[in-house]
Design a protein around this ligand. Structure first.
Ligand code: NAI
Ligand code: MG
Length: 372
């Protein structure tokens, strides 16, 4: 089963004394926040040594070379690296001939089938009215509408253009993501019982919420729903929520969710939305997880509106570096990073403008480094 393979490969990684990590900052603020995450990994006083390798990808790289993801990046990740950190890519909203998103391609090349996105509150005077939540959104990462099978034709009757997109849901992918969601609900419970600060705002039995829209898409979301339901583990509660009312409930009562599992597109949208509940997209991390590889990646994009100003919040990327370690089996080092970040948020004296502060990317990074 996927979970066993994952555990095996990750425990192998945790016995390495030097980890080779591929850094792919790509575009925009990716170039500002990935170096911040690197500084934090380098400053860890215990655990593995790191060797970093800088790798190319992105829209700017495409404009220079005609490719957004050079083969060398894929080969180096596959043959030399234990894990990676990805920044963000500036994919244009219109079609550009020959261009496709390197992050979507990387997830496929490395079979990173789960995008694990924790969204958690930190009690802080900076966010006095926030609800206290600690949920984990698990987004299926390989299929759904993101297979990008699109075409356009002209309707012979009207002479107007018609665009189509295929949506793919497989029993295989739905089963392995469901399996991961239920397993993670149990892991979170175990962590909570051992470490008092870990996901402590969830006070109930472990629970998985399955998101779908099978009242309308009864074939694709029907298969998703049925398959994920079949992966339930003993000791974990299960509920279902239609994606539209999921958005409503998530904003009304975010504290009602533990693990949320969703197909690719719904998971993408829900996790950006959830970021608004904890202050900013700039604090929400993710890990792209497969059976043999992990790639940390902030949830946010390349933020062209603030790129180059030195004010991007590095916390999402720093937490993503923590997730990289956590999913490679270095739990105590990951927790050190999480705690150092939480302390910066709780102190609320060094914050970037997205959280209402005046500090720079480097100021916040320095504050995290100090807490380490
Ligand atoms: P975005 O996430 O880049 O920005 C949305 C808003 O959040 C902006 O106001 C931005 O300033 C703010 N923001 C995001 N990250 C922040 C941070 N670390 N610190 C402070 N503020 C932050 O999303 P948007 O504007 O929709 O997309 C911009 C570009 O990013 C597009 O080209 C899009 O294709 C790309 N993108 C790339 C992703 C990836 O590489 N995985 C994911 C999402 C978008
Ligand atoms: Mg997104």
């Amino acid at each position: 089963m996927a979970s066993q393979v994952l555990r095996r490969s990750l425990s192998t990684a945790s016995t390495q004394s030097t980890l080779k990590i591929g850094l792919i900052p790509a575009d925009g603020i990716g170039r500002e926040v990935i170096p911040a995450a690197r500084q934090v990994l380098e400053a860890l006083k215990s655990g593995p040594q790191f060797e970093f390798v800088d790798l190319d990808a992105g829209f700017e790289y495409f404009q220079k070379t005609g490719t957004s993801l050079p083969q060398k990046t894929i080969d180096t990740l596959k043959s030399e690296c234990h894990g990676a950190l990805f920044g963000a890519v500036s994919s244009p909203s219109h079609k550009v001939a020959g261009y496709s998103s390197p992050i979507v391609a990387l997830r496929k090349h490395l079979d990173l089938y789960a995008n694990v996105r924790p969204v958690k509150s930190v009690e802080s005077p900076a966010f006095p009215s926030q609800k206290l939540l600690d949920m984990l959104i698990i987004r299926e990462n390989t299929e759904c509408l993101y297979i990008k099978s699109e075409r356009e034709e002209v309707d012979p009757k009207t002479g107007l253009r018609v665009a189509w997109a295929d949506r793919k849901i497989t029993e295989f992918a739905s089963r392995r993501i469901g399996d991961m969601a239920f397993r993670m609900a149990l892991t979170r419970q175990k962590l909570r019982s051992e470490i008092p600060v870990a996901n402590r705002f969830w006070k109930h039995n472990p629970k998985v919420t399955i998101v779908h829209k099978s009242n309308v898409l009864s074939v694709t979301d029907g298969l998703w729903r049925e398959t994920v339901r079949g992966t339930q583990l003993p000791g974990v509660d299960m509920e279902e929520q239609l994606v539209d009312s999921m958005v409503y409930r998530m904003f009304r009562e975010p504290e009602a969710f533990d693990v949320v599992v969703a197909p690719n597109l719904y998971g993408d949208i829900l996790s950006d939305g959830a970021a608004a509940l904890v202050g900013s997209l700039g604090v929400v991390p993710s890990a792209n997880v497969g059976d043999n590889f992990v790639m940390g990646e902030p949830v946010h994009g390349s933020a062209p509106d603030i790129a180059g100003k030195g004010i991007a919040n590095p916390i999402a990327s720093i937490r993503s570096a923590g997730m990289l370690l956590e999913h490679m089996g270095y739990t105590s080092q990951a927790l050190k990073i999480y705690e150092a970040v939480d302390q910066v948020l709780a102190d609320a004296t060094v914050l970037t403008p997205d959280l209402g502060g005046k500090s720079s990317t480097q100021d916040v990074t320095d504050a995290v480094l100090k807490n380490l």
